[in-house]
Design a protein around this ligand. Structure first.
Ligand code: FES
Length: 162
């Protein structure tokens, strides 16, 4: 093998190795970093409490969260599934959050019902200040343990999961 070809192959290995190390570092960072607030840690104003009718879920893309009215309690739920992080959509027909990735299901209050999720949906502190509901997106709290059943109800109708 001539010298120039040897150098070319060696530089290729170095570049490939550096790319692999970079990918590994990025993957480790993504896996280990704390759950980030969807709105970058800001206090997100989501409107007056009367906007949230009982047993409804309203999505706020700027916060990547839902504000729900569960049996009269207002809660701010992260869209991120506690299992592996997929976005969990709200299923209007069943009245539940149903993760299409691996089938975890949560009630209107984000409590665990079934599937591989280790707990209920994570949530943000929420406060009513004056006439406005304010969500603190800088303080994500882990969802309730699997056994929580405060908001459990039978499904209103068919599941959105096929
Ligand atoms: S990511 Fe939601 S069930 Fe796996």
């Amino acid at each position: 093998m001539d010298e120039s070809r040897r150098k070319f192959l060696l530089s290729g290995w170095k570049i490939g190795g550096a790319a692999l190390i970079g990918a590994a570092v990025y993957t480790a960072y993504e896996a280990l970093r704390p759950l980030a607030g969807g709105a970058g840690g800001t206090k997100l104003k989501v409107g007056p409490p009367d906007n949230f009718a009982k047993d409804t879920s309203t999505y706020f893309p700027e916060g990547r969260l839902y504000v729900v009215n569960a049996k009269g309690d207002l809660l701010a739920l992260s869209q991120k599934c506690p299992h592996l992080g997929c976005k969990v959509p709200f299923c209007e027909s069943s009245g539940r959050f149903e993760c299409a990735c691996h089938g975890s299901i949560f009630d209107i209050g984000g409590e665990y019902i079934t599937g591989p999720s280790p707990r209920g949906m994570d949530r943000y502190p929420l406060d009513v200040k004056g006439d406005t509901v304010v969500v603190d997106t800088g303080s994500l709290e882990p969802g309730p343990d699997r056994g929580a059943k405060k908001y459990f109800e039978p499904p209103k109708g068919p599941s959105c999961l096929k």
